[in-house]
Design a binder for this molecule. Structure first.
Ligand SMILES: [Zn+2]
Ligand SMILES: [Zn+2]
Length: 171
């Protein structure tokens, strides 16, 4: 999506959907978008600073780290970014003096494309530990069955051995 800065008087409401194909890097990623990304943003102009805030939502298809099955993950994220004109970007030496300013975003000219920020926010909303559900039992390490669907007897033995070891350790 493209927002023209000259179109913003004080505040502009933008609402719509963006296809995941317009996100750079989305195709190389393992993350599969099941739906377009719906956004409802408010773009505010405060002096030269542009503030973009609002909700973004979509459904992703992810792979459970425990049972390796695909599961649907709803994203309900909130975007909150500030952009300043690139002309205000401090020089390298100024950054060194003031310390790092990693969180500042810049825009150039009269147009802003919030898509990269939307994509980043979606990526940030994905938990590090991907599990299809809290109670996922995962795969059996010995025979490989999906223990959400099947029972196996493999882990009875290791458990008792571990139990015995623990007992002797505690004694
Ligand atoms: Zn799982
Ligand atoms: Zn097993």
């Amino acid at each position: 999506m493209t927002i023209k800065i000259s179109d913003i008087e004080d505040e502009l409401a933008v609402k719509g959907e963006v296809e995941s194909s317009s996100f750079q890097g989305a195709e190389e990623s393992d993350i599969v978008f099941k739906t377009p990304v719906a956004y409802k943003l408010t773009v505010k102009k405060i002096g030269d600073v542009i503030v973009i805030r609002g909700s973004i939502g979509c459904t992703l298809s992810l792979i459970c780290g425990k049972c390796l099955e695909e599961f649907l993950f709803p994203v309900d994220a909130f975007l909150d970014i500030e952009l300043v004109p690139i002309t205000l970007m401090p020089s390298a030496s100024e950054i060194e003096l003031k310390g790092e300013e990693l969180d500042v975003n810049y825009y150039e000219g009269d147009e802003i494309d919030p898509d990269p920020f939307v994509y980043e926010e979606i990526m940030l909303s994905i938990p590090l530990k991907l599990v299809c559900r809290e109670s996922c039992k995962g795969l059996c390490e010995t025979c490989g069955v999906n223990r959400n669907y099947e029972e196996c007897c493999c882990n009875e033995l290791p458990h008792t051995i571990l139990g015995e070891k623990l007992k002797s350790f505690l004694n």
